[in-house]
Design a protein around this ligand. Structure first.
Ligand code: HEM
Length: 198
């Protein structure tokens, strides 16, 4: 009986250390969609011409979906703060984790927006209206779409490079994110991965 109660207490304490179900779902859904989107971007040059349009259109649709889900995740987080990190983690590491997460959020917002800006400056945008998953009409950014053509072409190149560089920054922060998790597991012998697992 006593051991049952102790077990119950432990389970309650464990769940108090976890993210909410919604935060966990959003975390893994966003991670999966970003993985698919990067795979689409990396494979576009290998595809036969007939599939290139489908690849890029799907990439844009998934990217806008990620933007929406990340904004939702931030709103959810404001009302449901993450569980505090274990006290065994040093203040310096806690600060590093905090800024690492802020950087990831900023990249997950600016990356899709830069793609959207790049696409809005595309000279063929007016003849290729954007639709999310070929179902829902989605606007270009009017301010960019209606710029004078020569300058718009320059912006198209510029926004394309910005999108590419933000992608590289996302890879860097993603690797740091994974290294941090591995360090807690194998160096500190204190896994914190369970907090975000279903
Ligand atoms: C999760 C969000 C997104 C991620 C992770 C992502 C990632 C990438 C990456 C890694 C590239 C390849 C860059 C290079 O090395 O040249 C790329 C290209 C591109 N992205 Fe995105 N992107 C996202 C969202 C978007 C959105 C929302 C749009 C437009 C609405 C967009 C439009 C494009 C376009 C047009 C290209 C160039 C494709 C080509 O012609 O080769 N992206 N993206």
């Amino acid at each position: 009986m006593i051991s049952n109660k102790a077990q119950q207490n432990k389970a309650q304490q464990h769940s108090a250390e976890k993210y909410t179900k919604v935060a966990i779902l959003l975390h893994w859904l966003i991670a999966l969609l970003i993985f698919i989107n990067i795979s689409l971007a990396w494979t576009v040059d290998l595809l036969p011409d007939a599939y290139v349009r489908l690849n890029i259109d799907t990439h844009k649709s998934i990217g806008i979906t990620v933007l929406g889900l990340v904004l939702l995740r931030i709103l959810w987080r404001l009302g449901h703060p993450p569980p505090p990190l274990p006290s065994s983690i040093s203040p310096l590491e806690k600060r590093a984790a905090h800024w690492g997460h802020i950087s990831l959020y900023m990249l997950m917002i600016t990356l899709p927006i830069s793609g959207w800006m790049h696409d809005s400056a595309w000279k063929d945008a007016p003849t290729h209206p954007m639709q999310l998953f070929y179902l829902i009409p989605w606007p270009r950014i009017g301010l960019i779409e209606h710029i004078q053509p020569v300058f718009k072409e320059t912006l198209h190149t510029y926004f394309g490079s910005l999108h590419e560089w933000l992608g590289i920054a996302l890879y860097v922060f993603f690797i740091l994110h994974i290294l941090g998790t591995l360090k807690h597991r194998y160096v500190d012998q204190h896994s914190i991965l369970y907090r975000i697992l279903p």
